[in-house]
Design a protein around this ligand. Structure first.
Ligand SMILES: [Ca+2]
Ligand SMILES: [Ca+2]
Length: 469
């Protein structure tokens, strides 16, 4: 009996310590985030489309997508290998704020998207399928027509009206008005407390798992320290993904030190966009990979190809857009960070500058999409190959036009070789591992290693994804 009690006590102690250790964040590099602009994804409820600013022919108006639409498509989202969704802000916006970033009321759900009850149902249904929910959250500004602007009691809630003109001046970047959006003064304790209370209210009410923080570099770091620590006091494993639009890892990591778990990795993004495009070169990408050492927790960063602020990669690739997208997908799905897949990228949707990159999801294109088939091959590899679950990433031989790297653990390895040049290329790769044979996951071809070297005749724009055999 004594032994049983002792064993039970030990189990409790072990479970408790594990709980403490795993408190830091609900997320790891094994997660995959699917990023949805709710209004542009799927219309699951026609009853909330009767607003004057719903117009499917106007890319700057609402198009009818809603929470019910996401609920209806959760099985699809799950099939993409997603363990989480990030959805654009849901607080009530001013007219035409289909994207969610023009907040009118911080305590209301935007009625175009559904009700609070619908949103809670979305979180519950997602959780049933082991999909976490990340809500996009804005503290930097309100919408242009915020009622606070004419409220005499909230006169000190805004920084004085002045555009951001000097992007190298951090003071101007933090306190200036971004594209004319009324800039909230987080140095005012009332504003700070309001925002923290409001964020906690959303989490308490809905049970979301994380927040994607908008326009992080436009808000003082002292605010983020308070904001993150107040929320983590109550929700220690809550995940924060900070949008810091800057490609210098040392600048990005300053924000990690405020407590934000991961950053949108614009450093790698910049490399990806310069590599997998017409007349591309991998020089910037290889440099960005080497710079990853400046991040404290690079594995908790989000790594992405497309988002709602930039042209879709496929549309910059001319005749070879599909092949470049496949190369970029290969990279993000085999890199030790959290891939963020922007809705539609998995089927090769086109899109130039905002708002063209926010077209309604093209559901009818899935069936015959070559990109979708390729994406699913990558999901399968990511879900089944243990080497991709380690944090180890080794950059191997590369030059301006080709890149090779290895993911390896004790049991398995994955070797990726990408030729961004539209010409044949012969390369020799020096391998640190003992693998003697590799198999191509697409063609099943076998490659033999001699004296730790692998010689390859790469085809134009080739993609080789080889696993140890
Ligand atoms: Ca609708
Ligand atoms: Ca600001």
């Amino acid at each position: 009996m004594k032994k049983k009690v002792l064993a039970l006590v030990l189990i409790v102690i072990i479970l408790f310590s594990y709980g403490c250790l795993s408190n830091k964040s609900k997320f790891s590099q094994n997660d995959l985030i699917y990023f949805i602009m709710t209004d542009r994804f799927y219309d699951g409820n026609k009853d909330n489309n009767n607003f004057s600013d719903v117009d499917k022919n106007d890319l700057k108006a609402f198009h009818g997508g809603d929470f019910q639409g996401i609920i209806d498509k959760l099985d699809y989202i799950k099939s993409l290998g997603a363990t989480a969704i990030w959805i654009t802000p849901i607080a009530k916006n001013q007219p035409k704020g289909y994207h969610g970033y023009w907040i009118y009321d911080f305590y209301e759900v935007d009625p175009h998207l559904g009700t609070m009850k619908d949103f809670k149902k979305l979180v519950q249904e997602a959780h049933k399928k082991d999909i976490k929910v990340i809500l996009d959250y804005v503290v930097n500004h309100t919408g242009y027509d915020s009622p606070w602007l004419s409220d005499p009691e909230k006169k000190d809630w805004f920084n004085s009206k002045r555009e951001i003109t000097n992007w190298a001046d951090q003071e101007n970047v933090e306190n200036g008005w971004l594209y004319g959006l009324p800039d909230l003064n987080q140095n005012n304790a009332e504003v700070r407390d309001f925002l923290i209370e409001n964020a906690l209210w959303w989490i308490d009410e809905t049970g979301i798992d994380g927040m994607r923080l908008d326009t992080v570099k436009h808000v003082p770091k002292e605010f983020w320290e308070d904001f993150v620590s107040e929320i983590k006091k109550k929700y220690p494993d809550f995940y924060f993904l900070g949008e810091v639009w800057n490609d210098n890892p040392r600048y990005l990591d300053l924000y990690h030190h405020t407590g934000i778990d991961g950053m949108t990795n614009y450093s790698l993004y910049n490399g990806i966009r310069k590599a997998f495009t017409r007349y591309g070169s991998v020089t910037t990408l290889a440099h960005a990979i080497e710079q990853e050492k400046y991040f404290t927790s690079p594995e908790l960063n989000g790594i992405f190809i497309d988002n709602h602020d930039n042209r879709r990669l496929i549309s910059d690739g001319g005749d070879y857009g599909k092949q470049y997208l496949k190369q970029a997908l290969t990279f993000v799905m085999t890199y030790p960070s959290i891939p963020i897949i922007y809705y539609g990228t998995e089927i090769g949707m086109e899109g130039k500058a905002d708002p063209d990159n926010r077209r309604f999801m093209e559901w009818d294109k899935i069936e015959n999409s070559e990109i979708f088939d390729f994406y699913n091959t990558l999901v399968e590899l990511r879900n089944t190959n243990s080497a991709l679950q380690s944090t180890k990433f080794q950059l191997l031989d590369h030059d301006k036009y080709f890149l090779s790297y290895l993911r390896e653990n004790d049991d398995e390895s994955v070797l990726v070789v990408l030729n961004v040049l539209n010409k044949k290329k012969d390369v020799t790769i020096n391998l640190p591992s003992n693998s003697l044979k590799f198999q191509d996951i697409i063609t099943n071809n076998i490659y033999s290693v001699t004296n730790n070297q692998l010689s390859l005749n790469l085809k134009p724009l080739d993609i080789l994804i080889l696993k140890s055999k």
